[in-house]
Design a protein around this ligand. Structure first.
Ligand SMILES: Cc1cc2nc3c(=O)[nH]c(=O)nc-3n(C[C@H](O)[C@H](O)[C@H](O)COP(=O)(O)O)c2cc1C
Length: 164
């Protein structure tokens, strides 16, 4: 298991997965990390729907009109929120925890946009969420079949000590 710092350094968006499944205990641990994220006023406005069925995974890109890689994921998580003062911020913190927990396990994951994308209500409805909940993000997870590198802005370009 990687440390948090190692996971942050090694994490990349992974959109290609091997067919190897992921056991239920690992999935639960990853979602458990999401629910531990900070929230404004400790509101914890979220619900998480884990999808492992192949046909269900394959149905998601059809609703989105993109993100075909979700069909090949071992699972994905719908991050949903009830209305709350900082629903987006809270659920984004949870989404990042999902990504980092997956990376700590040596798994690959990708954040896929939810609301305000026009498909968000249809995805939430397709998986039985009440219409009081908004889909904030989708995270696909699987054993990585790619290791992309991506340019990140160097620390020296964006770190300002004491004054901008
Ligand atoms: C709010 C948000 C929405 C994103 N939506 C998508 C998406 O719909 N499809 C996708 O393939 N990647 C999506 N990504 C992943 C980004 O493309 C990726 O994080 C970015 O290119 C940087 O690459 P890295 O994750 O490897 O650092 C999203 C990321 C964020 C933070």
């Amino acid at each position: 298991m990687k440390t948090a710092i190692e996971a942050m350094h090694s994490r990349r968006s992974i959109r290609a997965y091997t067919p190897q499944p992921i056991d239920r205990a690992t999935i639960e641990e990853i979602v458990d990390c999401a629910r531990l994220a900070p929230t404004a006023m400790n509101d914890q406005p979220w619900e998480f729907v884990v999808i492992t069925e192949k046909s269900s995974l394959a149905s998601i890109p059809k609703l989105l009109g993109h993100a075909e890689f979700i069909a090949n994921a071992a699972f994905c998580v719908l991050v949903l929120s009830r209305a709350s003062s900082c629903a987006v911020e809270d659920c984004c913190a949870a989404t990042e925890n999902l990504l980092l927990a997956a990376a700590a396990h040596g798994l690959g994951a990708c954040w896929v946009a939810g609301a305000p994308q026009p498909y968000a209500p249809a995805v939430a409805k397709a998986f039985g969420a009440p219409d009081t909940l908004t889909l904030i993000s989708i995270v696909s997870v699987g054993h990585p079949a790619e290791s992309p590198s991506i340019e990140k802005r160097p620390l020296a370009d964006l770190l300002h000590w004491e004054y901008f």
